[in-house]
Ligand binder design. Sequence first.
Ligand code: NZQ
Ligand code: ZN
Length: 389
Amino acid sequence: MNPFVYDIPVKVYFGRDQLHNLGGELAKFGQRILLTYGGGSIKRIGLYDRVIKELREGGFEVVELAGIEPNPRIESVREGVRLCKEHNIDAILAVGGGSTIDAAKFMAAGALVEHDPWEFFGANAKPIDNALPIVTILTLSATGSEMDSGGVISNLETSDKLGRLARPLLPKVSFLDPTLTYSVSKYQTACGAADILSHIIEVYFNTQQDLYMLDCMMEALMKTVVKYAPIAVREPENYEARANLMWASSWAINGFINGGKRKAWSCHPMEHELSAIYDITHGLGLAILTPHWMKYCLNEENVAKYVSFGVNVFGVDSTLPPMDIAHEAIARLERLLFEELGLQRRLSDVGIDDTHFAEMARKACRYGDIKGFVTLTPEDVERIYRMSL
Ligand code: NZQ
Ligand code: ZN
């Protein structure tokens, strides 16, 4: 176990009817607010009107930036930066899913520097020492962006989708009302669940000495997704299911379960290359790749991790031989993702062929081999893409 720092300073208002606190929270940061959101779902569910009412009552000066894309683009970030500078914005209010919140984070950082926000990404990334305060109202349980310090931005010109972590990007306050996710489609609910699961799997499958306590917490979080995601897909207005998924999404990636583990994530860098080139939904890409990555990495030395995953998360019979448990665990994961949640199973199902595999594999390893649960070279990554075809 490595030493680590525990410091998760995001204030969370969880549950129904908390929005009356919005004005009071924003007022701590100033009066000029940039309100940013996606393609219109917040208007369809009546949230936009509720937010505007709160902002009017609080006497805020509001500038709006609508149309943040799924897999948010650097152009939207640039526009947000421009608006922040032009209107001398005090804080950003992001209302939506991970894409809107991620874009807001880099607007917030970009507003305080002179250089282009794309320079926050890549091998020679500029530092992020400061950012405008960010407040979020989450409408989709998936990325955990509402409670983490990261974000991922696409650049279509260079076919890159790059992530960045920096503490100033942590939201100051996040409103988590599960009823706001009732309108999320079955498909996006399933993709969100796959993303939450992946955030935990990326940490759980680790060869470092583990904290038993954190392993148990991760198993509980995964069991929560396994139990409630199919219910949310079948019954979109089931509060218990939506609430459990929402809180699991935040705790899957807010830094707590990590407990100082230093191994790299594996499926996320592979998936970001799929989204970068094909603009597919992040959670779908993860759902397709993860079972193949698990099969590819399985060996006699690391089978114990698959055994605990199979037995403790999916209830696989612990008396079976370890390798049988491992294969059954992966089969149960596939059943969840592709049968119960109804996601597409293969890259070819979403129109992806092997044209860009070599380039994607090279870019997935742009910072060197992926030193995760099992170290992956570009050749390994390409093989996993091929298995997923
Ligand atoms: O744009 P609108 O109209 O709002 O519609 C969105 C969008 O089409 C819709 N939606 C959101 N809330 C809704 C709703 N539809 C109906 N009712 C609601 N209540 O859902 C669609 C997808 O939204 P998006 O924000 O793109 O989804 P998600 O939250 O999954 O975010 C995905 C992005 O986050 C990145 C991904 O790579 C991807 O770019 N990630 C961010 C992470 C982070 N910040 O830590 C980590 C993740 O691993 C991930 O990489
Ligand atoms: Zn993710």
